[in-house]
Design a binder for this molecule. Structure first.
Ligand SMILES: *Cc1c(COP(=O)(O)O)cnc(C)c1O
Length: 404
């Protein structure tokens, strides 16, 4: 693939996504000593801003590694051998979480739906009633490889009233879709900055309820004195008055995440949610008008961060993506993981890619790429359908138009 050593001009992937100029400037700030008061204050401010996005009063733990670290830490912290856990599977990340729970010795009750579908809360209610011994429920909010959303708003309260703790993988929902941690009774929520926040990958943004802390403290198997330990963060950092970290933090990443959060909160959370929802709707309208098929079984369950498109018969998504990257300098995603890899194209509209007419460029790139491989479709109709959604009149502020 010819690249001239430059990243793609346009990146519309399932993440990491291209960061905004403001975030890049944040990443380029000086790297202070981590106990320089300037950095300590910044770190604590990032915790508070993350809590704002999570709409929570819970403790925030910024674990210094990609979101998979936070997810594994949550599983290991709460899972005990022979406990019963309910795992909800609507795609790859949900399936993997079940593998963790089983490896940690849990008895796993699983509800699995087709990977283009979403979990039905009524099924969750039934499983909780049938298995009153369930102590833990795990769910993925936005299944990024499938481009689908699960009804976490309903699942959280069901689990809470059954006395179970809830772990939510909100990695690609955070900042693009509301994650109302307290209102929805979520106990451990994990996100990453490299999706809808448009920040650098490398830090897990974790929210932990008091109930979850108590369960971890009572769990002899919960990691302690370990990179995987949430309890180390509680004991050394939080209970110690936020003076000492358990280990050196990723200073440059925190600088970048701080800038990305400032940009998000200056726009306003609701504005960001609306923008992601609109970009997703534009993408779906474009996909259908072009004559392609959405992967998600229903529009209501489609992700706001990424749109998955069924690969038409007779073409390889891998070949089309490589061609679009080298001929047009546009980077798209395939399904990326396991069984999803070859099934879908994914058009990402997370973070900066949710702004402006980006979905139009993504659609044009996919359409032209497929046409180059002989697929008959209506690129122009797709572009027009997306433009129509993106240019619907809205609150001028939400579009960042100059006032007056
Ligand atoms: C991105 C993502 C993660 C983190 O996984 P990576 O493959 O390491 O990026 C976890 N869960 C979900 C739902 C994600 O979208």
């Amino acid at each position: 693939m010819s690249t001239d050593g430059r990243p793609a001009t346009f990146t519309y992937t399932g993440g990491p996504v291209a960061a905004s100029p403001r975030t890049l400037a944040g990443l380029g700030r000086p790297i202070p000593f981590e106990y320089d008061p300037v950095y300590l204050e910044r770190f604590k401010a990032v915790e508070r801003k993350v809590a704002q996005v999570y709409e929570t009063e819970q403790d925030i733990v910024l674990m210094q590694g990609e979101a998979v670290l936070g997810l594994e830490a949550a599983a290991r912290g709460l899972c005990r051998p022979r406990m019963t856990a309910l795992n909800l599977v609507s795609g790859i990340f949900g399936k993997w979480f079940g593998d963790w729970l089983r490896a940690l010795g849990a008895e796993v009750v699983e509800i699995e739906v087709e990977w283009n579908d979403a979990i039905d809360p009524a099924e969750v209610e039934r499983a909780l009633a049938e298995h009153p011994e369930i102590e833990l429920v795990a769910v993925v909010h936005s299944e990024t490889p499938s481009g689908t959303l699960n009804p976490v708003a309903e699942i959280g309260p069901l689990a809470r009233s059954a006395g179970a703790l809830v772990i939510v993988d909100a990695v690609s929902a955070f900042a693009g879709t509301p994650v109302r941690t307290d209102a929805w009774d979520l106990d451990i929520t994990v996100a990453g900055p490299q999706k809808c926040l448009g920040g650098p990958p490398g830090v897990s943004l974790v929210s932990v309820s008091d109930r979850a802390w108590e369960a971890m403290e009572a769990n002899p198997g919960a990691p302690r004195s370990s990179y995987l330990s949430l309890l180390d963060w509680k004991q050394r950092w939080i209970d110690g008055g936020r003076e000492k970290f358990p280990y050196t933090t990723s200073v440059a990443d925190i600088n970048g995440i701080d800038a990305a959060l400032d940009e998000l909160l200056a726009d306003g959370l609701e504005t960001s949610f609306e923008r992601h929802e609109r970009a997703a709707r534009a993408c779906r309208a474009g996909v259908r008008a072009m004559g392609l098929e959405l992967w998600a079984a229903r529009e209501e369950i489609a992700s706001h961060g990424v749109t998955a498109v069924t690969v038409p018969d007779g073409v390889s998504n891998r070949d089309v993506i490589a061609h679009v990257r080298s001929a047009y300098e546009v980077m798209l995603s395939d399904g990326e993981h396991a069984e999803m890899t070859e099934r879908v194209f994914r058009l990402g509209h997370m973070g900066p890619a949710s702004r402006s007419l980006n979905p139009v460029v993504a659609l044009a790139a996919l359409g032209k790429g497929l046409a180059d491989f002989g697929v008959a479709l209506e690129i122009g109709a797709g572009v027009e359908a997306a433009l129509e959604v993106l240019t619907e009149p809205v609150d001028a502020r939400a579009q960042g138009a100059p006032a007056g």
